[in-house]
Design a binder for this molecule. Structure first.
Ligand code: ATP
Ligand code: MN
Ligand code: MN
Length: 309
């Protein structure tokens, strides 16, 4: 990756109309022959991936993990608008003390990079409608010592259960240790559900899976309950809860990206670390396995009934 300077203005980097201060600030350190990733690199990543990211974050309240001094420095979760929030970001009133921020376009994503925002964690709501859930995330968290193959097997169990309920299941890496299985749901007036129903449904599905294989799965948050099991974290599905967005970088060593996959990719040999800020250009050239995500949404109501919620 190279830093392209605006012609005639030494030191000034502008990406998608946003001026990047300290463009050479190192956010992720070099790894072997992979160069360090700077703030300008991150801004250009968001610009390049905007078309793939925006369908999943645009106009949704978004928590941002900021690491202005890079991943080795202080990091913090920014949930609300802060003094000096970039005008490229939209403010969303969610009846909280201070509004949330949301990107609505490429300039907003680049403004997040400009503020040292490395990770994007949107609500699972419909765009512009914070009170309307539009997806369900099953966050599969393996206990230490489990193999990624165990996570893959767990994701397939969730897929089968969800498809058995007439819903569609998509899968992504997290840029970390687990996988997320994500279910798009319809949000029209007749189909929409409340946040409480959304979360109760996710819990009921998680419990049903645990009951079938209690030696493999737990639905208890406490780490000590995990003992060699996969925690099916259904808690991502209430009001104000978040999950990392598809294509969001992670503020962790390895500069991983939460990456949308096709189910065909979810098999032995899948290496989630292969999706990162050094490999994204090649990844962007491939078709989007989540292109049909929104079009695949189904009403949750029959499935709610089937699960007795
Ligand atoms: P991994 O695969 O390593 O588990 P992950 O993104 O799934 O990665 P989790 O710790 O399981 O990480 O968290 C799931 C989601 O919950 C995150 O993507 C994030 O949106 C949200 N989350 C996690 N920790 C916090 C926190 N401290 N405050 C707010 N939201 C959080
Ligand atoms: Mn997780
Ligand atoms: Mn979790």
């Amino acid at each position: 990756t190279t830093t392209v300077r605006a012609a005639g203005k030494p030191g000034k980097v502008v990406v998608a109309g946003v001026t990047i201060s300290s463009p050479d600030k190192l956010l992720w350190p070099a790894v072997g022959d992979r160069p360090g990733i700077t703030k300008a690199d991150l801004a250009r990543y968001y610009e390049a991936a905007a078309e793939r990211i925006l369908p999943h974050v645009a106009d949704r309240p978004t928590s941002i993990i900021r690491a202005p001094e890079g991943i080795g420095g202080e990091t913090f979760f920014q949930r609300h608008a802060m003094a000096g929030s970039n005008p490229r970001l939209k403010l969303i009133d969610v009846k909280a003390r201070t509004p949330y921020v949301a990107a609505v376009d490429v300039g907003g994503l680049v403004a997040i990079a400009q503020s040292g925002g490395l990770e994007l964690h949107p609500w699972g709501c419909a765009p512009g409608a914070p009170e309307v859930p539009d997806q369900i995330t099953f966050d599969l968290d393996p206990d230490e010592g489990l193999d990624f193959a165990d996570v893959i097997a767990a994701a397939k169990v969730v897929k089968k259960t969800i498809e058995g309920l007439g819903l569609a299941a998509f899968v992504k890496t997290t840029g970390g240790k687990g996988l997320h299985v994500v279910v798009p749901i319809k949000t029209d007036a007749r189909s929409r559900v409340t946040w409480d129903q959304n979360k109760a449904f996710a819990k009921a599905v998680a419990e049903a899976i645990r009951v079938e294989a209690p030696d493999r799965f737990t639905t208890t948050l406490a780490k000590k309950a995990r003992g060699g099991k996969i925690f099916i974290d259904y808690l991502r599905n209430g009001r104000m809860a978040t999950a990392v967005a598809p294509w969001s970088p992670r503020a962790r060593p390895g500069a991983g990206i939460a990456f949308p996959l096709s189910w065909g990719q979810v098999r032995a040999g899948l290496d989630p670390a292969a999706f990162n800020l050094w490999t994204f250009e090649a990844l962007l050239k491939k078709p989007d396995p989540w292109a049909d995500f929104r079009a695949s949404a189904v009403s949750l109501k029959p499935a709610l009934k089937a699960m007795g919620v």
